[in-house]
Design a protein around this ligand. Structure first.
Ligand code: ATP
Ligand code: ZN
Length: 225
């Protein structure tokens, strides 16, 4: 059985946030023995366990109290909060810090040959995305009736494949959109990685450890400025 006094932190196992998360933990003084295939890595110098999972699972693990802390993109956090609210599940987390990595934006894009288009062009269109809840909220706020097509990968090929008229996808440099003949439009969400906490964590030992980590996090961030 796991030791209930160990602080559990969920991070992405392999992907765009993994290296920055590992570096951050190192800068906070957490010594980890990261063996490739292990789900859980135990810190050797403090009572911390690091769970390495898919980024999509991180908000739920923290909301359900399986993990005390998590590092995840705001895009994934906002989408899963909306999804869980729609399912009447607990979606509470405390955002402890916005981190200085994982920057990207969720933006609309459509085939380049159509040229610039106003938002009203989306009326009645079909939009492929991995973030249907964020997109639906945006469309509702803009008073646009469009349908969403959920794709968990390769969203950028959807228009060419005839699956959708347009897309709503994560962009950092815009190179992928350009390579797929898409024109970037409105940004609907700007996102960074963030540190989240389960607000119901009530273990004094874990809290004491967290109280030593947060000032270190602040110091690390200030040192970079
Ligand atoms: P997983 O296997 O963990 O589900 P994934 O394929 O969903 O991984 P990644 O592509 O590794 O996720 O991206 C993880 C996070 O990195 C994104 O959710 C986002 O917050 C951030 N990110 C930063 N830049 C980009 C980008 N250009 N494209 C996609 N995500 C980006
Ligand atoms: Zn993912």
């Amino acid at each position: 059985m796991s030791d209930n006094n160990r602080l559990r932190i969920a991070i992405q196992k392999s992907g765009r946030l993994s290296k920055d998360c590992q570096d951050l933990l190192k800068q906070l003084g957490v010594k980890l023995n990261l063996r490739e295939q292990r789900l859980i890595a135990h810190a050797t110098n403090m009572p911390i366990d690091v769970l390495r999972v898919r980024d999509d699972d991180i908000p739920g693990l923290v909301m359900d109290g399986v993990c005390d802390l998590g590092i995840v993109g705001e895009n994934v956090l906002v989408e899963s909060q909306a999804e869980r609210q729609a399912q009447k599940l607990n979606a509470n987390v405390t955002k402890l810090a916005k981190l200085d990595f994982g920057y990207c934006r969720l933006a609309l894009a459509w085939p380049q040959e159509l040229g610039q288009q106003p938002l009203s062009w989306f009326e009645g269109k079909k939009i492929a995305t991995t973030y249907p809840e964020i997109l639906k909220q945006f469309l509702k706020a803009q008073g646009i009736n469009a349908s969403t097509v959920l794709l968990s990968g390769s969203v950028e090929v959807a228009p060419r494949a005839g699956l959708a008229d347009a897309i709503c996808d994560l962009v950092s440099t815009g190179a992928t959109l350009e390579a797929n003949g898409l024109l970037q439009g409105e940004t609907i969400l700007e996102s960074n990685a963030c540190l989240i906490q389960n607000p119901a964590m009530d273990n004094p030992q874990k809290q004491a450890l967290l109280d030593t980590l947060l000032p270190r996090l602040k110091a690390v961030r200030q040192a970079k400025e």
